[in-house]
Design a protein around this ligand. Structure first.
Ligand code: NDP
Length: 297
């Protein structure tokens, strides 16, 4: 048995933790800021309910964190209830937050002082992928540490890829999500224009999805969420705004001109400000529709 702690039972964290709780080779402890969520998860899954990050860390060989931003992970390290108060030398922290490379490098350095390993390991595949255990996991850090963590990560991840040093997973995840954002926004602009020109969205998507302009947005998100007007809340627009901003920052840091990434970051910041903290990422389409004076249908 491997003793694992999972911290951050949000939209994607909760189903990831459920996969770990169901794995026969794992003994799980969970912590969540809103304690009631951890209590209900623990009573449903049989996991131990830890009342502080330090309590979760005690006895854990592998700790997994999944918070909105890297700064949330960093803020849980210190203090009498913080992770560092409970974590043992030789343990390993796998951060599944879609984080930023600079903060991940700082966290890795703090943990290294205590003999604790660190991997940035953001995931892709959405809440459904988490439920099914088919997430893609992109990992930055020491490859030998990844091999140690792999049997644990495999409980929720199907494609687990070592990408480079600490921060490489974060950078790749941010660029992936920037591409998602570009596809959502550009598909919305195109379909709104086509609808105004008299081409129905289902006809347009039928053609695009058999042609070279297709993407996950055109193949899944628009048919399932926009045309149905369902707009389920699975991945917050605020988080995609954060991701595109990180991608634009990576390009800036590397002195790569990236006007499209920066424009997309600005558009998603505008959408986030207009639609609020709880809106789903696909709801950005509603802003395009508003600007166009045209519903995509
Ligand atoms: P949510 O907003 O649903 O959940 C966030 C979790 O973090 C909650 O458990 C929340 O606790 C906790 N939290 C927030 N702020 C703090 C803080 N300052 N201190 C301690 N705990 C905090 O986010 P998601 O689960 O959707 O996303 C988590 C990460 O995974 C993000 O980086 C996101 O970009 C990434 N991701 C999400 C995907 C998705 O489909 N949802 C897909 C791929 C990646 P509380 O319950 O108290 O609010």
């Amino acid at each position: 048995m491997t003793n694992v702690a999972f911290l951050g039972l949000g939209a994607i964290g909760r189903p990831m933790a459920a996969r770990l709780a169901a794995a026969s080779h794992i003994s799980l402890a969970v912590w969540n800021r809103t304690s009631a969520r951890a209590a209900s998860f623990a009573s449903e899954s049989g996991a131990r309910h830890a009342h502080t990050p330090a309590d979760a860390a005690r006895g854990a060989e592998v700790l997994i964190t999944c918070f909105p931003v890297s700064a949330d992970v960093e803020s849980l390290l210190d203090g009498p209830d913080g992770l560092l108060a409970g974590i043992a030398s030789g343990a390993l922290l796998v951060d599944c937050t879609s984080g930023d490379p600079a903060t991940s490098r700082r966290i890795a350095a703090r943990l290294a002082e205590r003999g604790v390993g660190f991997l940035d390991a953001p995931v892709s595949g959405g809440t459904v992928g988490a439920e099914q255990g088919t997430l893609t996991v992109m990992v930055g850090g020491d490859a030998a540490l990844l091999e140690r963590a792999r049997p644990v990560i495999a409980a929720f991840g199907k494609k687990i890829v070592h990408c480079g040093d600490v921060g490489a997973g974060d950078a790749l995840k941010a660029v992936n999500n920037a591409l998602l954002a570009v596809h959502v926004w550009s598909t919305a602009e195109g379909l709104a224009a086509l609808a105004k020109a008299g081409v129905k969205a289902d006809v347009a998507l039928d053609v695009i999805n058999a042609s070279s302009g297709r993407s996950n947005a055109s193949m899944s998100l628009f048919p399932e969420r926009v045309l149905t007007r369902a707009f389920p809340r699975t991945f917050r627009l605020a988080l995609l705004d954060k991701d595109v901003g990180i991608a634009a920052g990576v390009a800036r840091e590397q002195k790569v001109p990236a006007p499209l990434l920066q424009l997309t970051a600005d558009l998603f910041r505008i959408a986030h400000n207009a639609l609020g903290e709880e809106a789903d990422h696909v709801e950005a389409v509603k802003l395009v529709e508003q600007w166009a004076g045209q519903t995509i249908s």
